[in-house]
Design a protein around this ligand. Structure first.
Ligand code: URA
Length: 237
C-alpha cells in the first residue's frame, strides 16, 4: 500500500472530515507506532504502520474482500513460523494486518478462499447453524462405490460425536465428483470419502455460498470481489 498523509488516512477511515481529524490530532488522540502525532501531513504506510485513535487501531478502508485461488503448499493462516501462508501471496500494496482467510483449506487443497477483514461476515459464513453450501471438485484414488451418493446424503459416521449433515455428491466419472457440504469439519471431505472406501488425491474448492471461484483466476492469484459479489455474499449468509 502507498504511504498517505495521516489526515487523509484518518478521513478515509471515516473518523471525520479532514478538518475534524485535524482537531483529533491537535488534541493528541492519535498515535503512530506508539507515539502521539499532531502533524496532519506526516506520511503513514497503511501496510506496516500502526495508527491508534483513543487506543483503538484504525484501518484505512473499512471492509475489504479478496478471492484467492489457493495453490497447494501454502497454509490457510495469517502467520506461520515455518510455512508459507496464504497472506504471503499478497502484494505489499494489498497486504494489511487485519486480513485473514475465512475458514481453512488443507495445505494440499486448492481453490476458492475468501480473504477479508470483515469478522462479522466470516462468523456468519462459518457458523454451523447457517448451513452455507461449499462445493468441491474431488479426484479419488479408485472408483467411487455405487452406494456413496446415498450414504453421503444420509450422513456418515466419520468418527466424530455426530454423523455428518447430508452432503450431495455428483459423480462426474469413475474417480471424479463434485461434492457439496454445509459444514467445515477438520479434513471433512477426506474423512467422508475414507468412510466410503476411497482416498482423496486432489481437492479443489469451487464455491462458498453465492461466491464462485473465478475460472480466469490462476492458482496463486487473487483479486478483489466485485461489488455484485460483495452484495451477494454479504446478504446470503
Ligand atoms: N475437506 C477436506 O478434507 N479438506 C479441505 O481442505 C476442505 C474440506
Amino acid at each position: 500500500m502507498k504511504p498517505v498523509r495521516l489526515d487523509k488516512f484518518l478521513a478515509d477511515a471515516k473518523l471525520g472530515t479532514r478538518s475534524e481529524v485535524r482537531q483529533l490530532l491537535k488534541k493528541g488522540l492519535i498515535t503512530l507506532n506508539g507515539e502521539i502525532v499532531k502533524k496532519p501531513d506526516i506520511k503513514v504506510d497503511p501496510a506496516s504502520d500502526r495508527v491508534l485513535f483513543d487506543g483503538k487501531e484504525i484501518f484505512s478502508e473499512k471492509d475489504v474482500y479478496f478471492m484467492l485461488n489457493k495453490p497447494a503448499g501454502v497454509v490457510s493462516a495469517t502467520e506461520d513460523r515455518r510455512e508459507k501462508t496464504v497472506l504471503d501471496l499478497f502484494s505489499s500494496e494489498d497486504r494489511r494486518r487485519d486480513l485473514f482467510p475465512v475458514g481453512r483449506l488443507d495445505k494440499d487443497t486448492v481453490g476458492l478462499l475468501l480473504i477479508t477483514n470483515d469478522g462479522a461476515l466470516s462468523h456468519r459464513l462459518l457458523s454451523p447453524r447457517r448451513h452455507v453450501d461449499k462445493t468441491y471438485l474431488v479426484h479419488l484414488d479408485r472408483p467411487i462405490p455405487a452406494d456413496a451418493e446415498k450414504r453421503m446424503e444420509a450422513g456418515l459416521d466419520i468418527g466424530d460425536e455426530k454423523p455428518t449433515l447430508p452432503a450431495y455428491l455428483e459423480v462426474l466419472s469413475e474417480t471424479t465428483a463434485r461434492i457439496t457440504i454445509q459444514e467445515g469439519r477438520f479434513h471433512q471431505i477426506k474423512r467422508m470419502f475414507h468412510a466410503v472406501g476411497c482416498e482423496v488425491i486432489y481437492l479443489k474448492r469451487l464455491s462458498m455460498g453465492s461466491l464462485a471461484l473465478d475460472p480466469a483466476l490462476e492458482e496463486g492469484c487473487y483479486r478483489r470481489l466485485t461489488p455484485e459479489e460483495i452484495n451477494k455474499i454479504t446478504s446470503d449468509s
